[in-house]
Write a protein that binds this ligand. Structure first.
Ligand SMILES: Cc1cc2nc3c(=O)[nH]c(=O)nc-3n(C[C@H](O)[C@H](O)[C@H](O)COP(=O)(O)OP(=O)(O)OC[C@H]3O[C@@H](n4cnc5c(N)ncnc54)[C@H](O)[C@@H]3O)c2cc1C
Length: 481
């Protein structure tokens, strides 16, 4: 049976929710047809449930009417995961934004999916605790979105990505039932379905509650900015620091083009004449910090660091982090649009891949700016472009594909944290063989046999049950900006 458009179903959802929580105005629907990526879909209807039971009823209604369902958090995703296609119904979890319970002795917190990442840390700071994964979008993105994409962030180098900080989940399945996955016990029995659900990108169910691990604040933190005359020297320093036995709390890199844009935006005193800068943070006891900072300083200078600036106080530290976390926004000073991939490459290949990205930019006559989680080799080459220039957009796509191929050629992986969504699903076969893809499609079908949850996402066209109903080999025309 084909999947139906949700446009004509508003009245049915008004039987379930207050009328103002069912959005059908075309302009508002258009807003929900985008996320932070360069894809745009067609949104049939938006519903805003406020409780788990309302989510169950909305999903049951969608199933009864055979409507595709797209779960949505804050819409900051960079892979098109929350972009609805074929007039799907968007279920926004943004209004489920309560912190339900904090247990300092575990320590953990139970939160609704629409709670913003940063709000968790703010709510527990008086207890000397925080939520460790810190995407640069943490002031805007939701914990539900973080779980669905298995988000990372600068401090995930030492502390681990979202999967390591989700103890338990509550998830509404495709037929509107409620599943409890995992929990605060250290080794929950049964299959680890929680592990499967983290990174599910809304294709396995709708997350309605998350039990997150909280992390004790370190006694002390030191933040350093090292600048170099060459990208090679900066990248060699990254490998050198890890080889010397120090895993910093964070180790981020920005190239010159990015520094110039960020400095004009934030004014953090970044050395705009440097080829690259490394932002390194170490944390721990004062003795540990002193030893690790000395080592970072020594390795950096050995590889030619021109200066090692140490943040003198918390205000300066915050300013340096503001600079790093404003990088994507700063691209707006260069061009109105950006397109990025977040492949991960082995650290030993950082230099070669960065050089190749430079060559790709030159070949396609494009501006590519680099800012990335250097410690774990998670690249973020941002192609700055203007979507109104059709010819340029063609070159952007060609360059994006070549960047992915260059990363895969050295043993890299497709995504370190942004997920696959729409943007990368057709590249999945570069990383996975037929058997791997089939196993993933089988797991997905076990949760959603009708293929109604976030169709056409993550797995290449035709690889999942129910998808034939859409009878599409490729994405609808106009999906790419
Ligand atoms: C400036 C900027 C900086 C960024 N920096 C980082 C970074 O450092 N690290 C990083 O990992 N990401 C980063 N991102 C990407 C993005 O913020 C993350 O992917 C984030 O986790 C998305 O959360 P969201 O609430 O916006 O989710 P959305 O964009 O709304 O959705 C993302 C995916 O999750 C699914 N989803 C959302 N909520 C639920 C739910 N409750 N149940 C089931 N599925 C759900 C959606 O269907 C979609 O597939 C950045 C984005 C921007 C714009």
């Amino acid at each position: 049976m084909p999947i139906a458009p949700a446009t004509a179903s508003a009245a049915r959802f008004r039987e379930l929710l207050d009328p103002e929580r069912v959005i059908e105005h075309p302009l508002e629907r258009k807003l929900y047809a985008r996320d932070g990526s360069i894809t745009e879909g067609k949104c049939g209807l938006v519903v805003l449930p406020e409780t788990r039971d309302e989510v169950c009823r909305c999903v049951q209604m969608a199933s009864e009417l055979r409507l595709a369902v797209v779960p949505r958090g804050s819409g900051t995703g960079l892979a098109g995961g929350a972009v609805p296609l074929d007039d799907a119904v968007v279920i926004s979890l943004a209004r489920m934004n309560r912190i339900l319970d904090i247990e300092p002795e575990v320590p953990c917190a139970s939160v609704e999916p629409g709670v913003l990442n940063l709000d968790i840390s703010m709510a527990v700071s008086h207890l000397g605790l925080h939520y460790a994964p810190d995407p640069s979008s943490q002031a805007a993105c939701s914990i539900g979105g973080n779980v669905a994409t298995n988000s990372g962030g600068p401090h995930c180098l030492a502390y681990g990505v979202t999967a390591q900080h989700v103890l338990g989940l509550e998830m509404v399945t495709a037929d509107g039932e409620v599943l409890e996955l995992g929990g605060p016990a250290p080794d929950p029995p049964g299959f680890d379905l929680r592990g499967l659900a983290v990174g599910g990108e809304g294709t396995l169910g709708l997350v309605t509650k998350v039990c997150v691990r909280l992390t004790r604040n370190p006694p002390e933190v030191r933040t350093m900015l090292l600048d170099f005359d060459s990208v090679t020297a900066g990248a060699a320093t990254v490998g050198g620091i890890i080889a010397a036995g120090v895993v910093p709390a964070a180790m981020e890199m920005m190239d010159q083009k990015m520094n110039v844009a960020v400095e004009a935006f934030v004014g953090a005193g970044l050395p705009v004449d440097a080829a690259t800068v490394l932002l390194v943070e170490v944390d721990g006891t004062p003795a540990q910090i002193a030893a690790e900072a000395a080592l970072v300083d020594a390795v950096g200078r050995k590889h030619g660091a021109r200066e090692v600036r140490v943040a003198a106080d918390e205000a300066e530290r915050q300013l340096l982090w503001k600079a790093r976390k404003s990088a994507f926004g700063a691209v707006a000073r260069v061009a109105p649009n950006y397109y990025l991939h977040d492949c991960v490459v082995p650290r030993t290949h950082l230099v070669g891949v960065l050089e190749e990205i430079g060559n790709i930019a030159e070949r396609h006559d494009l501006v590519i700016m680099n800012v990335f989680h250097a410690g774990d080799g998670n690249l973020h080459p941002l192609i700055a472009f203007d979507r109104r220039d059709v010819k340029q957009v063609e070159r952007v796509h060609a360059a994006g594909k070549e960047i992915i191929e260059a990363c895969m050629a050295v043993g890299g992986v497709l995504s370190g944290e942004h997920g696959i969504g729409l943007e990368k699903r057709d590249f999945m076969s570069l990383q996975f063989g037929e058997v791997d893809l089939r196993a993933q499609a089988d797991a997905r079908c076990a949760f959603d046999p009708e293929g109604l949850l976030n169709p056409l996402k993550v797995l290449p066209a035709g690889s999942r049950c129910g998808e034939v109903a859409l009878s599409r080999d490729s994405l609808p025309p106009g999906t790419w900006l």
